[in-house]
Write a protein that binds this ligand. Structure first.
Ligand SMILES: Nc1ncnc2c1ncn2[C@@H]1O[C@H](COP(=O)(O)OP(=O)(O)OP(=O)(O)O)[C@@H](O)[C@H]1O
Ligand SMILES: [Mg+2]
Length: 490
């Protein structure tokens, strides 16, 4: 069995991991760490909650520790980019945990907080800088930071960072990073078209894929509820009141929808908080902290919380609305069943959302639910009466889990629809659309055997539940009250 000892990490790095309670590497860590240590560019693909953060952080900390030197003045040696402020904060907390006692300077900068303190923090330079793209560009333009000393560039949630909402900012940032660098991309999903674009940033990358791309987390039980749109709220209340539902993250497609769910839950005496791009940064932080801390049992979120965020002990994810972009389903339900835990994901599917469900099934390679009784598989837009559909949780369908794939039919939404992927950069900037795609070759594939976890009880916090609470208040940005879907990262 691979152990952290077998990688040949610097003893101090190894003991920092042990002290944080990590004993056995997960498959993505076993595959990626040696390749990263050898200096290769890496595209790391593994299911949600399987420790991708440590997979890139450990070898980076090792490199920095072995080759110590002062942090470059107004610069950084490692740059990690992430799509949301919350995720950037969490990654920074993870670096602090995994690298405790190594004497490295780690900083996080993102929008929604005052820029002054961030400028001062960067003055002395840092070893690792974790940033959201919009604020980083502001800081570069203000000459508060330069990227000429960056040796390693990491894109977490890489497919989203390469997406239309971020690609312009990413290109602008990449221009400042030396071409001679190591580049690491990580995600649980990587649509083929985006993969092509990745080739422009990677040099002869080794691909480490421990499961088929876009595979859902191993231990998440997926259920589908066919329900009329107007009955979703009643079904939500009924579901949340079930005794086994301890903590629940509810996803809606729009910010307005999230607020409406919170209001209506309050009317049913259910305490909840919302997190989305129209909330101020301090509201976002408070919402996440009170949910993580167990003060509020229900968090209602847009796709802003779909990616990367780790919430210990989250038992249930409910898709109040299905996401338009199928990959987001994989990430959303991946907020539960992490680090070897089990979890349940329940999706409410209205008549209008059947196409989204098909696209998701196509992506994950699973038929998630038989169509409601009496409805022909070949034509889900039949003239059935809403009442005929089950809306009761008891009627929830379980995934058949048979891995069967259906052929794509005419009119079915494509699994990858560039037009549906305009993800504004965390409410900071709206980079323009770009469309260029190229092809890419790959290096080797590392085999994997699922995401088994072993963790001794150490002092560290799993996944760094920090959530970036160090930031000050500010506006989240992202436009006015909108009924448009909030795309990831808003
Ligand atoms: N080797 C390990 N042994 C036990 N637990 C681990 C190990 N590596 C990471 N973890 C824990 O697993 C959890 C998930 O890690 P992480 O957030 O890095 O997952 P991820 O693969 O990045 O997920 P996502 O795709 O959602 O971003 C964290 O709580 C982390 O502490
Ligand atoms: Mg992650």
């Amino acid at each position: 069995m691979t152990t952290f000892q077998s990688f040949g990490l610097a003893p101090r790095v190894e003991s920092a991991l042990t002290a944080a309670g990590y004993s056995t590497p997960t498959p993505i860590q076993a595959g990626a760490i040696p390749l990263i240590m050898s200096g290769r560019d890496v595209m790391g693909l593994a299911q949600t909650g399987t420790g991708k953060t440590l997979a890139f952080a450990a070898p980076i900390l090792d490199k920095l520790f072995r080759n110590q030197g002062p942090a470059p003045h107004k610069g950084a040696r490692v740059l990690v980019l992430a799509p949301t402020r919350e995720l950037a904060g969490q990654i920074a907390a993870s670096f602090e945990t995994y690298g405790a006692g190594l004497g490295l300077r780690i900083a996080m900068v993102c929008g929604g907080a005052k820029i002054g303190p961030q400028i001062r923090k960067l003055e002395r330079g840092v070893h690792v800088l974790i940033a959201t793209p919009g604020r980083l560009i502001d800081l570069i333009e203000q000459r508060a930071v330069g990227l000429k000393d960056v040796e390693v560039l990491v894109l977490d949630e890489a497919d989203q960072m390469l997406d239309l909402g971020f690609i312009h900012a990413l290109r602008a940032i990449a221009k400042h990073v030396p071409a001679k660098r190591q580049t690491l991309f990580f995600s649980a999903t990587m649509p083929k078209l985006v993969e092509g674009l990745a080739a422009q940033f990677l040099r002869d990358p080794a691909q480490v894929a421990v499961a088929p791309p876009s595979a859902t987390a191993d231990k998440v039980e997926q259920r589908i509820c066919f329900v009329e749109q107007g009955e979703k709220q009643a079904l939500l209340v009924e579901t949340i009141r079930k005794p086994e539902v301890k903590t629940v993250l509810v996803f809606t497609r729009t910010k307005h929808g999230a607020d409406a769910v919170v209001r209506r839950l309050a009317a049913s005496d259910i305490d909840s908080v919302a997190i989305h791009g129209n909330k101020s940064q301090s509201q976002r932080e408070r919402a996440l902290e009170s949910f993580k801390g167990g003060k509020v049992p229900v968090l209602v979120a847009t796709d802003i919380a779909a990616r990367g965020i780790h919430i210990d002990g989250l038992t249930h994810v409910i898709n109040f609305d299905l996401p338009e972009v199928p990959e987001q389903y994989v990430h959303r339900i991946g907020r539960t069943a992490r680090a070897g835990a089990t979890g349940v994901a329940i999706s409410f599917v209205s008549r209008d959302e059947r196409d989204y469900l098909r696209a998701i099934e196509k992506l994950v390679g699973n038929k998630l639910a038989p169509r409601p009784a009496g409805e022909k598989e070949s034509d889900d837009r039949g003239s059935r009466k809403p009442q005929q559909q089950s809306r009761r949780p008891q009627g929830q369908q379980r995934s058949s889990g048979n891995g069967e794939r259906r052929p794509q039919r005419d009119g079915e939404r494509r699994a990858y629809d560039p037009a549906a992927r305009r993800a504004p950069a965390d409410g900071e900037r709206r980079p323009q659309r770009e469309g260029e795609r190229t092809s890419q070759g790959h290096g080797e594939r590392a085999s994997g055997n699922g995401g088994h976890f072993q963790r001794t009880s150490g002092g560290g916090k799993p996944g760094g539940n920090g959530g970036g609470s160090r930031r000050g208040p500010g506006q989240g940005g992202g436009g006015g009250r909108s009924r448009r879907p909030e795309r990831a990262g808003v």
